[in-house]
Write a protein that binds this ligand. Sequence first.
Ligand code: SAM
Length: 363
Amino acid sequence: MASPLHASALRASVDLEGVGAADAFDRFVSDFAGSLRARGLEFIPGDRGRLDEGGAVVGKVTRWEPGRAVEIDWRPSSAWGDGSKSKITISFEPLDGGTRLVFETDAPAALLGDRGPLLSDWFIDEVLAGATQAVSPSRFATWLTDRRARKPAGVEARTTYRDPVYHRPNFKAILHRLDLRDDDVLLEVGCGGGAFLSEALERGCTAAGVDHSADMVDVAREANRKAVAEGRLEIREAEAESLPFPDRQFTCVVCTGVFALVSDPAKVMAEMHRVLRGRGRVVLFTDSEELRGTEAAPEPIASHSKFFSDEELVQMALEAGFAEAEVERPDLGPYAREAGLSDELVRMFSGPGQCQLLLAQNA
Ligand SMILES: C[S@@+](CC[C@H](N)C(=O)[O-])C[C@H]1O[C@@H](n2cnc3c(N)ncnc32)[C@H](O)[C@@H]1O
């Protein structure tokens, strides 16, 4: 016999192996707000937390039990005049060796006032179609590229970019070619968690960083809070294609691990040229096509990235207005050693240069 219809119209869960309930809860607190913000909802976590939409309170946290469950009541929909109430419950059920993260809601039936045909329409349109799209391989690839590299967000990304060990040899190679002086005013385009800026600031310069990921901007500010407080560093959330600075503000620009991911590389190059003054210089680090599919440029990110020949990079810099441009292919082994990486990693970075270091300068 079929079971009776349940008051909870929608239930979805995922089993997380090796993630304890407390950890799963902390990840939820840390990431849910950012994910909702991207969808136009503001979530304020905590036992007096709430959900805002367009500046109005639309939901209230009615249960907040760290490591166990959160309940949010949607406010009655006064616009509909019927005062319909609905609820979301997110719970963290301990499993053997992990946690079951469960989402439950009675909202569809409560708000639609229908348990049959309209509910079916809604479910097919909003849930089945949405979930089918969400699990398509191409959507996963796009999501992973964004999360890991193109617009990093979430706990994993924040941890990785706080100390991007595998980028440290690149930073050393850039610093070597940039030869920073204390009167330099540096801009880093796509600064991630600000690890390169921390190293650069040790040379005594002043600096700014831009990144279009809100999470990365937070990590970069936190990692460099002393320099920010002293007014030596400014971090802005902005697009590389439209830098939020007046012309001729900087003496040098660095862009590392970013150029492959931007939507309009020529525009970014032109922007880097625009904000430079005097004999301003750019040092741009990117992976060559030879690295496609390796650990440096793994799939599926590689297939969402752009690769350039040395000639294309030079040509783009000259077309943007730089007077001189050349590409070097440094052996990163010595820089990996300078960065204090293990012997095994030094070996991994050693060998004929497969990364491109574009050096471009104004007359
Ligand atoms: C692979 S990470 C590299 C971060 C840092 N440069 C490093 O080497 O550790 C790429 C960074 O570029 C940023 N980014 C990508 N496209 C961008 C764009 N169009 N405007 C601003 N930032 C961008 C991402 O948000 C991300 O933080």
